[in-house]
Design a protein around this ligand. Structure first.
Ligand code: GLC
Length: 585
């Protein structure tokens, strides 16, 4: 890999960082203007971002090397999926040591270098915290296995005796999000079959018992460890799942599962099912005490450090509970992510989001892709229902047309980036990457694939290492041809160096959008709906920018105003279908 050129871009970034620090106080910036209210946050999936040592797995030095490209893109912050010590049974969401870096990704010193380089570029750093469960390799769980039923060590996790005459039946009927039972039976020290432990995800991911004060104290220490190192915040994994209903009652979901706990990804508005009451393992009131406690802890630190909730909860009014003033700062807007490419559905979810989040004084967030869902350059062109978490593959019904998918994705992203609040970008979407639908079965690694005997493809298709340089081995992902998931040959044409400076490329479109978003302060703005463009069109004004997204097929006449940005070619003053335009109002 060639060495990055950090020159004037660095300077601009540094000025930005200094400005923020100068206005920050020990308790943070003046309420209402904190950076996270408007930030564009870029999700790095470390396994697949950049590989410095050439072993086929991305790493922290790789991230450091590629940070200038993110500065050029214009993002405010990065969120890193887990890079902690882990057997990688769920791609690092199975943590064996919360306070160390897995050797596959580097060392704590590499983390410090990466974070320092990001801060020098004016980019904040958010790390992932996985508090619902640890890896079964964690020393706490190993100690629990070695200890007797009823011991202090077992009390840190959710161990129960089984049902049936000999405890041979699981303690209740809960199912794992990844498929199969949510319980695994252990063998006791005397070799006899023994208790069962709960795992809402893979059997290598035992759930903690958050009613145990010991667990709470350990995680306070984990938060302090990373805050002391200088991180700007935490994305909190499964933030809706840590507390379970007393007595662990049986529960049968109304809709077939596969989602992280929310509704289903739907192709038509209104199909998404709102559960009357959350499941006994999701959205229990008790989780909020944990976040109030963490908020107090974060507030002890200077600067504006944040907590962002991954809470797959319906409806948005319920999600807003996670971001009440004394809890977290942001919650992912999965309702937006799950909205089909349909103007009425988009208008309604935007309204609902702004209402729900503003009712508690929080910014709305927006997101279209992440490491758990089908990339939106494919998802938005699916022609049959596809449940979140199931993924797509060769046998999927309704596979997307890639041309339609990319056109819609560009239009959808330009609508998202025009909205007030904070937006999340998932690595590779700025290149227009589609989901990889033809991974060989032998390459698949998602536990979902194994736990459902291949019935669900799972999430590997959105996790393929991203292309940087068309002519380099592994398209510049690393210095060798190694790549933990194979990259499609078509990705050469999508490599960052091909798109750099190329007229009309998706990369240049994102760069322009982020620059205009900043210049026109869209993040701090408001949505004023504009009428008169027809049912298939989302039209709004945010400050001095008019945004028109044509989600239909028929062209639409544009009003007056200079074109600031267009997601696809315009036909004079006519806006084709699946295209978004920003005009100077
Ligand atoms: C979250 C993560 C997902 C992971 C799961 C279990 O939903 O985003 O990737 O598999 O939690 O930790």
């Amino acid at each position: 890999m060639t060495s990055p050129d950090i020159d004037t871009q660095t300077l601009a970034g540094t000025e930005r960082a200094t400005e923020a620090d100068a206005t920050g106080t020990a308790t943070g910036t003046a309420a209402g203007t904190e950076w996270w209210r408007t930030a564009v946050i870029y999700q790095i999936y470390p396994r697949s971002f950049a590989d410095a040592d050439g072993d086929g797995m991305g790493d922290l030095p790789g991230i450091t090397h590629r940070l200038p490209a993110l500065r050029e893109l214009g993002v405010d912050a990065i969120w890193l999926s887990p890079f902690y010590t882990s057997p990688q049974r769920d791609a690092g969401y199975d943590v064996a040591d919360y306070c160390d870096v897995d050797p596959r990704f580097g060392t704590l010193a590499d983390f410090d270098l990466m974070q320092g380089a990001a801060h020098d570029l004016g980019i904040r750093v958010i790390v992932d915290l996985v508090p619902n469960h640890s890896s079964s390799d964690h020393r706490w769980f190993q100690a629990a296995l070695a200890a007797a039923p009823g011991s202090e060590e077992r009390g840190r996790y959710v161990f129960r005796d089984g049902r049936g005459d000999n405890g041979e039946l699981p303690p209740n009927n809960w199912e794992s999000v990844f498929g199969g039972l949510a319980w695994t039976r252990v063998t006791e020290a005397d070799g006899a079959p023994g208790q069962w432990y709960l795992h809402l995800f893979d059997s290598t991911q035992p759930d903690f018992d958050w009613s145990n004060p010991w667990v709470r104290e350990q995680f306070r220490d984990v938060l302090r460890f990373w805050l002391d190192r200088g991180v700007d915040g935490f994305r909190v994994d499964v933030a809706h799942g840590m507390v379970k209903a007393d007595g662990l009652p049986d529960y049968t979901p109304a809709v077939e599962g596969g989602s992280m706990g929310g509704g289903s990804a739907t192709l038509e508005p209104g199909i998404s099912v709102e559960p009357p009451e959350p499941a006994p393992y999701w959205a229990q009131e008790g989780v909020h005490d944990i976040y109030r406690d963490w908020r107090l802890l974060l507030d002890e630190y200077p600067g504006d450090r944040i907590l962002a909730a991954e809470a797959w909860v319906d409806p948005l009014a319920r999600v807003a509970k996670w971001v009440r003033p004394d809890e977290m700062h942001q919650a992912f807007n999965f309702a937006y992510l799950e909205t089909p490419w349909s103007a009425p559905a988009l208008r309604s979810v935007i309204d609902d989001s702004l209402d729900a989040f503003s009712s508690v004084g929080a910014p709305s967030t927006w997101v279209l892709s992440n490491h758990d869902v089908v990339r939106h350059a494919s998802r938005l062109a699916l022609t049959a229902e596809n449940l979140q978490g199931h993924g797509i593959g060769p046998k999927t019904v309704g596979l997307p047309d890639p041309v339609v998918g990319l056109r819609r994705a560009r239009a959808a992203s330009m609508l998202m980036l025009s909205l007030p609040g904070s937006s999340y970008i998932y690595q590779g979407e700025e290149l227009g990457l589609p989901e990889v639908v033809d991974l060989p079965d032998s390459a698949r690694q998602d536990p979902t694939w194994f736990r459902t005997n291949g019935e669900r493809y799972g999430r590997d298709g959105c996790r393929v290492p991203i292309p940087w340089e068309a002519a380099a081995p592994s398209y510049g992902f690393g210095p060798t041809t190694a790549s933990w998931l194979p990259q499609p040959a078509e990705w050469a044409a999508l490599a960052r160096d091909v798109q750099e400076g190329a007229d009309g490329s998706t990369l240049e479109l994102y760069k322009l959008a982020l620059r205009l978003r900043r210049e026109h302060a869209l993040g701090l703005g408001a949505v004023d709906w504009l009428d008169g463009f027809g049912d298939e069109v989302v039209a709004l004004r945010n400050g001095d920018v008019t945004v028109i997204a044509n989600a239909g097929a028929a062209p639409v006449d544009l009003p007056d105003g200079d074109v600031l940005l267009a997601s696809g070619p315009l036909d004079g003053r006519s806006l084709p279908g699946d295209t978004t335009v920003w005009l100077r109002a």
